[in-house]
Design a protein around this ligand. Structure first.
Ligand code: GCB
Length: 603
């Protein structure tokens, strides 16, 4: 069990949640003096910066954008007198990649991992009816012991620079909302649900963790506000008559109200929106509520102009509108768990999510998409640092499942992206990660990982861990692109024949395939990078998908163009977007729309 509750901050009859988003003081620690000079008590010369946001794209100086090291945030928070006697927390939606938090100069918590929330208990430190000061030291260096994996180098001018083993830009900072929270001493700490559909009815089993011994009551309320079921106790079953199921693109959400009671007095009240649905893999099918579903959608990124990876509610809305317009039903949170608000919206809109832990870069190369195809081996899982990496990886899996387990939209866990699976050394590492996810998830959702180009039949040592085999494939782009696309097609078919011959009896999905395309380029006949080529590429891959019946999904790379590290492989970012970074369609979007709107759900 984690030290702090992962429940999303909410104001209820017994709780308070105050959002601390807005302008915060901000200072980069160029001389690495913050710790010794006592910046935890207050920043000497701060600038002001918005939270939530990545800090990088606000500034015009390149040294700031590329800054690697410690940087500090500071804000005053007023703690109301009425909160005295309650437990008071400060909760960070994320701090990328690691943080130490100080309140009134006292260290209250630290956290490693840049894409999951953490909470500091500040009850004994805050002064009531007075302003208090929160200071956060964030660090964005990449290391081989942490996920996502990379290194940090020192340049000739003495400045540090992050070197990711992945292509997305190393955006960082307080990229998600910060909340000040007050809860009663005895409070709801965790809620876990599981579902069984019995004809027209359903059983919702639940488990509630609280911080005391008082009695718990649970009420399930339907979308019309009627009570659908009640139960008593910290563990039990809600029997729902004529259950309204949560279906793909046809969501139905019940409110699960949890109350801790002392006689007739409510000590704490928390409400979680849930959807009644089951997920299962059977033979080569992915079943939602017992019915086969074919995944259509994207690998995405949290990425947009100006705020970088910062949560942007407007961009979120636009992305869902575009996904609905194009006929998608799913996405993968490549390559890290996204902001909680995005899962809530997917719950509401009936989208299916493959939830990915930030385990990307487990292959020693900035361009693993290229180098994996060359036969390069990096002995990634054979290093002295591997046990520390594994420990951090397992912790992130635990945090992700604790945070996201009750979202009906989450139908699978992706536990790594493109790791090196060509050596036996990967096997025990995978076993621990996959076992952990299975142990922690009461719903036993399918587990997967995205296989890099060289993880092919007969070579990949780890595909057996996957309940759904997920392939990232770039035949026709990194391999045999342009006029050689006919050879790419043959290679792709040959690989799929190889998998078929293994008779794995599992569903396969494509979690990545795509071609970089500049929205400015049209050329007849096509050339790579033109919109015409992206269309040809799509047609080729679709023909292959359509010839193997064990392929149960296609999530194209990427939903939108996104920022990457600069270099000769990228034209100011990865341009495989179906939409531009500003969320306007490329030509291919219309082709995908035509295909996806016409594919049956269980195709
Ligand atoms: C991959 C990676 C993804 C890259 C993509 C590409 O295999 O998983 O993070 O962005 O290839 O476009 O090269």
């Amino acid at each position: 069990m984690l030290e702090y509750s992962m429940l999303y901050p909410k104001t209820t009859a017994s709780r308070r949640a105050v959002c601390m988003d807005g302008m915060w003081n901000f200072q980069l620690d160029w001389k690495e003096e913050g710790v010794t000079s006592g910046w935890c008590e207050g920043l000497p010369q701060p600038d002001q910066i918005p939270v939530p946001a990545s800090f990088q794209d606000f500034y015009t100086e390149k040294d700031i954008r590329e800054y690697a090291g410690d940087f500090w945030y500071e804000k005053e928070m007023f703690i109301p007198g009425e909160w005295e006697g309650m437990k008071v927390f400060v909760r960070f939606g994320c701090a990328t990649h690691r943080a130490e938090v100080f309140v009134n100069g006292v260290k209250v918590t630290e956290h490693e991992g840049g894409f999951l929330p953490f909470t500091a208990d500040v009850t004994d430190i805050v002064r009531y009816n007075m302003p208090n000061k929160v200071v956060v030291k964030v660090n964005n260096e990449l290391r081989v012991t942490n996920i996502p994996v990379g290194t940090t180098v020192t340049l000739a001018n003495g400045k540090k620079m992050a070197k990711p083993y992945f292509d997305f830009y190393n955006y960082s900072g307080l990229q998600r909302s910060v909340y000040l929270m007050a809860v009663p001493q005895e409070y709801v700490f965790d809620i876990t649900t599981d579902y069984e559909i019995c004809g027209r009815d359903a059983k919702v089993s639940y488990k509630i963790a609280t911080t005391g011994e008082h009695h718990v009551e649970v009420t399930l309320v339907d979308e019309d506000g009627n009570v659908a079921a009640r139960a008593q106790g910290k563990e039990g079953v809600l029997e729902v008559k004529d259950a309204h199921l949560w279906e793909v693109r046809n969501a139905y959400l019940y409110r699960m109200q949890v109350r801790i009671m002392e006689g007739s007095q409510v000590l704490d009240e928390y409400e979680e929106e849930i959807g009644i649905r089951t997920v299962e893999v059977k033979d080569t099918s992915i079943l939602l509520n017992g019915k086969p579903v074919y995944l259509k959608g994207f690998g995405k990124h949290e990425d947009s102009d100006i705020v970088g990876r910062g949560f942007n509610i407007g961009v979120m809305k636009r992305d869902f509108e575009l996904m609905k317009w194009i006929g998608a039903n799913s996405f993968r949170t490549s390559h890290y768990p996204y902001s909680e608000e995005i899962y809530k919206m997917a719950d509401r809109e009936g989208f299916l999510i493959i939830d990915e832990v930030p385990a990307v870069g487990l292959f020693e190369s900035l361009m693993n998409f290229m180098e994996a195809s060359t036969g390069k081996q990096t002995a990634f899982f054979e290093k002295d640092t591997t046990p520390i990496l594994l420990k951090n990886h397992l912790h992130a899996v635990e945090e992700m499942i604790a945070r996201d387990k009750n979202h009906p939209s989450v139908i699978a866990w992706s536990l790594l992206n493109e790791p090196e699976t060509t050596s036996e050394a990967a096997v025990p590492y995978f076993k621990e990660v996959f076992d952990k996810a299975h142990e922690l998830d009461v719903q036993k959702r399918p587990r997967t990982f995205a296989l890099v180009m060289n993880s092919v039949p007969g070579v990949c040592k780890c595909h057996q861990f996957s309940d759904i085999v997920a392939l990232n494939r770039y035949y026709g782009w990194y391999v045999k692109g342009g006029h050689e696309i006919c050879d790419a097609r043959e290679m792709m078919i040959q690989e799929m024949e190889g998998w078929k011959a293994m008779n794995l009896n599992k569903p396969f999905i494509f979690t990545e395939y795509g071609a970089d395309t500049l929205v400015s380029e049209h050329k007849l006949p096509s050339v790579m990078w033109s919109q015409e080529y992206q269309n040809e590429y799509l047609q080729m891959t679709n023909e292959v998908f359509d010839s193997f019946d064990f392929i149960k999904g296609e999530q194209i790379w990427n939903f939108a163009d996104f920022q990457t590290t600069e270099g000769i492989m990228r034209v100011n970012g990865n341009k495989k977007g179906i939409f531009t970074r500003q969320r306007q369609p490329k030509d291919i979007a219309y082709k995908l729309k035509e295909r996806w709107e016409n594919l049956p759900v269980d195709y």
